[in-house]
Write a protein that binds this ligand. Structure first.
Ligand code: ADP
Ligand code: ZN
Length: 737
C-alpha cells in the first residue's frame, strides 16, 4: 500500500507536456518527458502513438485530461530548429477560424517530413599544422604532391573540388588524412540561398510611385501590425513600389514573404525580382521538388532564406523572423484553398501579420469588395496609383453587340473584331483573344437523339479536347475517347460540338488569318514555369502575332507590342449567378483588358457581348471601378451578404445518396436559429455529384456581430453523423458549387 503510493507520488513529479502530431483529426496529447531530456515548447519530437512512432511538435503545457500514470514517454528530440511560438499561435488561430483540427493545420506546416532529419554532414580539408614533421616519414607520390600544393594555396576545400582540381582519387586524399598531413573538419552546410543585394539602386520612381513607396517603407520602419491596400491600375508600377517595402524589411534583417496566385506562371515577375535583389528567392509551390523543399524548409527555419516567394502554402513555413508579407493580386480566388483545411490565404496572411506584429500589403488593380470594405471601415490603409507608368495609358474599351454585329454561323469572331485584328497586324502589332474555356467545345451532343455527354462521377458535361481525341471532365479528370457513334441511339457521325473553346477558336483564327503566327495558351499546354517563360520569350521576339488563351493570360504579363485584346464572350463569367459572379467577372475582364497597350502604343479592348446594358460590361467600358464597386456593395448590403454579413457553408457528402440525404436532414433539423442568423438548405449542391460523392449544401448567413464559428460548433455538436458521411466546413465560402 505504502509502496504503491510512493510510486504514484513519483509519477506526479515527472514533467509532462502536450505534443501535437500532424494528423488530420488530432489535437495535442499529453506525454511524459523522460528524465534528462531537455525539452522546450516548439521542439520537434518523436512520440509513440498507438502502435506507431509519430513526429510532432511540443505544443505547450500538459492538458491534464489523462491520468499521468497512463501517459507514455517522448522518444526524443529531432535535429531541427524548434517551431517558433508565433507559428504555433498562427496554427492555433487558423484552426479556430476554419474549424479544422489543429493537427490538420500543423500538417501543412510539416509537409516536408524529411526536413526534420539532420542534413548530410559537409567536410572540408586543409593542411594540418606542423605537417612538416609528419611529411618527413611519408612516401611522396605525384598525386599526393598535387593535393598538397593545391591546399598550400587555400585554407580549406571540399573533397569534390580537391579531386576535380587535382585529378586524384578519394583514396589518395584519405591516405593523406590518415597520415596526419591533412586535417578534415566538419562544417555547417552552406545555405542554398544567397543574401539579397541591397545595394542595387532602385529605378527612378514617378512622383506618385515615390509617395506610395515612402508610405510603405515608413510602415515597415515603424514596425508593428498594419494592413495596407496598394490600389493601382494595371501597369501603374505596384510591383516596383512594393519592392521598396521588401527592401526596407530586408534592410532590417527580416524575412519577407510574397504570395502570388499563380507562381508557376510568374516567370516575368521572377525576373524582375532577381534584377532588383540580385538573388534567387526561395520558391515555395507544389512544383518544387522534394530535395529543394527540404532545403528550403530548413533555410526558412534557420533564417538564411530571406526572401520567400510562394503560393498560399508558404504561409505555414516556420519563419524564424518574418517581417513583411505582400499578397499580390489579392482579389484572386486562387488564394482560397478548397480542400482539406479550407482557408483564404489573403485573410490568413493578415492574421499572420497581426500575430507577428508586422505590416501586410495587399496589391491589386481590382481589389476584392472585402478588402475595400476593410479600407472603408478604417481597418486597412490604402495607397493609390492612378496612372500607368511612363507614356503608357489605359486601353480604351469598346463594346461589340454580337446580336447586331453577328459572326458567321459556328464562328465567334465578329466582323468588327476581325477588322480590328487586321489593322493591328498590318501595323506590326500583336493581339490577344481571350476565351475562358479550355478544349474544343464545352458540350457535345447527338443531333439524332439529343444525347449529351455527361461525366459519370460529376454533375458536369464532358468537354471535348479534339487535339487529344478525348472527352474530359474538368472537375475530376475523367476522360474517354470520342466515340464514332452515339452511345444512346447508335447514330453515326451525328455528334456535334456545342459552343466554342480555345481550340475551336484557334481553328477559326487560322482559317481567317492563314499567314499569321498564332498560338494557344491554356493550363493544358502552359503548365509550368519553363513553358510560361518560353511563351513569354516567343511573344517578346514577335514570334507570335496572335495569342489565344484562357485566364492564364490575364495576369501579370507585360507585352509592350500587344495592343489589341478581343474578349470573345464577355458574358461568360456572368452566367454562373453566384454571389461574386459580377465581381469576379469585372476583375477578370479588367485584368485581361490590362494586357493591352502596356508599351508606347495605346491599346484597345473589344468586349463581345449579347448584353451591352449589363452593369459589369458598362462599368468596364466606362473605366469606372468606383461606380461598379458602389453598386455591387449596395446590392450585397440589401441581402446582408459579405462584406456586410458573414457566410459559412456546410458540405455534406458521401458515396451513398440515401446516407447523405439522411445525414443532411438530421443536421437540418437542429439548424441554429436566432437574431441575425439564417440557414438555407439542405439543398443538392450545383455539383450534386463530384468525384463520385453525392453532395448537399447548407449556407449559413449571419450578421457581422455573430460568432459564426461558435454557432457552427454548437450546431454540429448536437447531431451525430455516420463515419461514411463527411461534413466539410467552409468559412467565408468563395465556391458555391
Ligand atoms: P503593376 O504591378 O501595377 O501592373 P508593374 O509594376 O508591373 O505594374 O509595372 C508595369 C511596367 O512598368 C513594368 O514593366 C515595370 O517594369 C514598368 N515600370 C513601372 N514603374 C517603373 C519605374 N518607376 N521605372 C521604370 N519602369 C517602371
Ligand atoms: Zn467528373
Amino acid at each position: 500500500m505504502c509502496a504503491a503510493k510512493a510510486i504514484t507520488g513519483n509519477l506526479f513529479e515527472r514533467r509532462t507536456v502536450s505534443v501535437l502530431p500532424p494528423l488530420p483529426l488530432a489535437g495535442p496529447y499529453d506525454y511524459v518527458v523522460p528524465e534528462g531530456l531537455d525539452i522546450q515548447p516548439g521542439d520537434f519530437v518523436e512520440i509513440p502513438l498507438g502502435r506507431q512512432t509519430q513526429r510532432g511538435v511540443v505544443w505547450g503545457d500538459a492538458r491534464g485530461d489523462v491520468d499521468p500514470a497512463k501517459l507514455r514517454e517522448i522518444y526524443g528530440v529531432l535535429p531541427a530548429a524548434p517551431m517558433p511560438a508565433v507559428t504555433r499561435r498562427f496554427i492555433d488561430w487558423v484552426s479556430a477560424y476554419t474549424l479544422s483540427p489543429q493537427g490538420a493545420v500543423l500538417r501543412m506546416a510539416m509537409s516536408v517530413t524529411d526536413a526534420l532529419e539532420a542534413p548530410k554532414p559537409v567536410f572540408r580539408f586543409g593542411l594540418a599544422h606542423g605537417m612538416a614533421e609528419s611529411q618527413g616519414n611519408m612516401r611522396m607520390t605525384p598525386a599526393r604532391k598535387r593535393i598538397l600544393s593545391l591546399l598550400a594555396d587555400h585554407p580549406s576545400l571540399e573533397q569534390g573540388d580537391i579531386l576535380q582540381e587535382t585529378g586524384t582519387s578519394a583514396s589518395v586524399l584519405k591516405g593523406l588524412v590518415d597520415a596526419g598531413v591533412i586535417r578534415r573538419e566538419q562544417v555547417a552546410p552552406p545555405s542554398p540561398f544567397a543574401l539579397p543585394d541591397l545595394s542595387i539602386p532602385r529605378p527612378d520612381l514617378s512622383l506618385d510611385q515615390e509617395k506610395a513607396a515612402d508610405f510603405l517603407c515608413e510602415k515597415v520602419d515603424a514596425g508593428g501590425f498594419s494592413a495596407i491596400l496598394i490600389d493601382g491600375v494595371t501597369g501603374s508600377g505596384k510591383t516596383e513600389v512594393y519592392f521598396e517595402a521588401v527592401r526596407a524589411a530586408l534592410a532590417q534583417g527580416k524575412q519577407v514573404m510574397v504570395l502570388l496566385p499563380e507562381i508557376a506562371l510568374s516567370a516575368q515577375w521572377l525576373q524582375r525580382f532577381r534584377d532588383r535583389f540580385g538573388v534567387e528567392p526561395a520558391l515555395w509551390h507544389s512544383e518544387v521538388g522534394q530535395a529543394r523543399r527540404r532545403e528550403t524548409w530548413r533555410a526558412v527555419a534557420d533564417g538564411s532564406a530571406r526572401l520567400v516567394v510562394g503560393a498560399r502554402s508558404a504561409l505555414f513555413l516556420p519563419y524564424r523572423d518574418l517581417g513583411l508579407i505582400v499578397v499580390d493580386e489579392e482579389h484572386e480566388h486562387a488564394f482560397k484553398q478548397e480542400d482539406g483545411v479550407i482557408y483564404h490565404a489573403r485573410d490568413m496572411a493578415v492574421a499572420r501579420g497581426h500575430l507577428g506584429g508586422f505590416p501586410v500589403m495587399l496589391a491589386s488593380a481590382t481589389p476584392s469588395l472585402e478588402t475595400l470594405a476593410n479600407v472603408e471601415a478604417g481597418r486597412y490603409e490604402r495607397v493609390v496609383l492612378g496612372q500607368r507608368h511612363g507614356v503608357a495609358v489605359l486601353p480604351s474599351v469598346e463594346i461589340v453587340d454580337i446580336r447586331v454585329d453577328k459572326p458567321e454561323r459556328q464562328r465567334w469572331i465578329t466582323p468588327t473584331l476581325k477588322q480590328r485584328l487586321m489593322e493591328t497586324f498590318a501595323a506590326g502589332e500583336q493581339a490577344m483573344l481571350f476565351l475562358n474555356r479550355r478544349g474544343y467545345a464545352p458540350l457535345t451532343l447527338c443531333r439524332a437523339c439529343g444525347h449529351r455527354f455527361q461525366c459519370p462521377n460529376c454533375t458536369a458535361w464532358l468537354v471535348e479536347h479534339r487535339a487529344w481525341g478525348k472527352l474530359q471532365c474538368h472537375h475530376c479528370g475523367y476522360s474517354a475517347k470520342i466515340p464514332d457513334a452515339c452511345p444512346a441511339c447508335g447514330a453515326e457521325e451525328k455528334l456535334a460540338p456545342c459552343g466554342p473553346g480555345v481550340e475551336r477558336l484557334y481553328e477559326e483564327a487560322i482559317q481567317t488569318f492563314p499567314d499569321l503566327k498564332i498560338e494557344v495558351a491554356t493550363s493544358d499546354n502552359i503548365a509550368g514555369p519553363k513553358a510560361a517563360a518560353a511563351l513569354v520569350g516567343r511573344v517578346h521576339n514577335q514570334e507570335v502575332d496572335l495569342l489565344i488563351g484562357t485566364q492564364i493570360l490575364a495576369k501579370g504579363y507585360h507585352f509592350p507590342m500587344l495592343t489589341l485584346v478581343g474578349v470573345i464572350d464577355a458574358d461568360l463569367g456572368l452566367a454562373g449567378g453566384d454571389l461574386r459572379a459580377a465581381e469576379r467577372s469585372y476583375q477578370l475582364l479588367t485584368q485581361v483588358a490590362g494586357r493591352a497597350g502596356r508599351g508606347e502604343r495605346p491599346g484597345t479592348v473589344l468586349l463581345q457581348t449579347a448584353d451591352p446594358s449589363n452593369r459589369v460590361i458598362k462599368a468596364i467600358a466606362a473605366g469606372d471601378r468606383d461606380a461598379f464597386d458602389q453598386v455591387e456593395l449596395a446590392e450585397r448590403m440589401k441581402y446582408g451578404m459579405p462584406p456586410h454579413g458573414k457566410l459559412a457553408a456546410l458540405i455534406v457528402s458521401g458515396k451513398k445518396e440515401n446516407e447523405v440525404d439522411e445525414a443532411a436532414w438530421r443536421i437540418g433539423r437542429v439548424a441554429p436559429r436566432g437574431d441575425g442568423i439564417v440557414v438555407l438548405g439542405p439543398a443538392p449542391a450545383p455539383l450534386s455529384l463530384l468525384r463520385g460523392r453525392f453532395r448537399r449544401r447548407f449556407l449559413l448567413r449571419t450578421d457581422k456581430s455573430v460568432k459564426v464559428q461558435a454557432v457552427i460548433q454548437d450546431w454540429l455538436s448536437r447531431v451525430k453523423t455516420p463515419g461514411s458521411v463527411r461534413v466539410q466546413i467552409d468559412i467565408d465560402p468563395y465556391s458555391f458549387m
